[in-house]
Design a protein around this ligand. Structure first.
Ligand code: 0O2
Length: 202
């Protein structure tokens, strides 16, 4: 039976918030360490959320699961979500490896939509973590360019009146994603050159 106070998450809600907070602090610590060493903070910004009651219940229904605490915490793996937006594409791997190395954290599943973009052009690195053997966290790690594209695509998806030009818009969105990916590579190369010069001068 669900504890009505914590809604579908029952009495687990405070522990879920604590897990989310702990991961955010650990990401903060990584940022400080790397920025001190190289001068480049690998993370632009982080967002985090506990999935709302309504969207968790909707997801249970969509997946054919009963709307229970057990479904929300054991069968659906994004009740806790963190999005980490990195400056450069190489930083995505650095952040992923750091998360995987943390005490009490197991990597359960990974989806590399950077190496294998979705057909619509969506790019991001997704990792499902299990923390303290109990709570699942979906972490999305992506660059600023990938995040910009995903935000715009998300807006457009909910505008129904694209009418006869739907195919054109889908193609153009994909083209933007590919151009942004190419820009990400160039920006990475520029950063590497700056770091090389800096190391030579040390
Ligand atoms: P919200 O509100 O963002 O949390 P599943 O999680 O099982 O329903 P799937 O496809 O197995 O779905 O998971 P996947 O591919 O890891 O994607 C889950 C999340 O990634 C989505 O969350 C989005 O946040 C993001 N995402 C995936 N594909 C796209 C895309 O094409 N465009 C954009 N803008 N975002 C995408 P939700 O479930 O939508 O909800």
């Amino acid at each position: 039976m669900e504890d009505m106070k914590g809604g579908i998450y029952g009495s687990h809600l405070p522990a879920m918030q604590a897990v989310m907070q702990r991961l955010l602090e650990q990401i903060g610590e990584l940022r400080r360490q790397i920025a001190q060493g190289t001068g480049f903070d690998p993370v632009e910004h982080c967002l985090s959320r506990i999935k709302s009651e309504d969207s968790m219940r909707e997801k249970c229904r969509r997946k054919g699961l009963p709307e229970t605490t057990d479904s929300a915490l054991r069968h659906i793996h994004d009740a806790i979500g963190i999005r980490i937006v990195c400056a450069f594409v190489d930083d995505v791997r650095v952040v992923r490896d750091h998360l995987a190395s943390l005490d009490g954290v197991e990597v359960i599943e990974e989806k590399d939509y950077i190496r294998h973009a979705k057909p619509n052009g969506y790019r991001s690195y997704h990792v499902i973590l299990r923390v303290d053997g109990q709570y699942y966290v979906e972490v999305q790690i992506r660059t600023i360019a990938m995040d910009t594209w995903a935000a715009l695509e998300h807006h457009l998806k909910y505008k129904k009146n694209v009418g006869s030009r739907t195919d054109l818009l889908i193609r153009e969105l994909k083209r933007c994603s590919d151009e942004l990916a190419s820009t990400d590579m160039t920006l990475q190369t520029i950063r590497d050159m700056i770091l090389e010069d800096w190391e030579d001068s040390e």
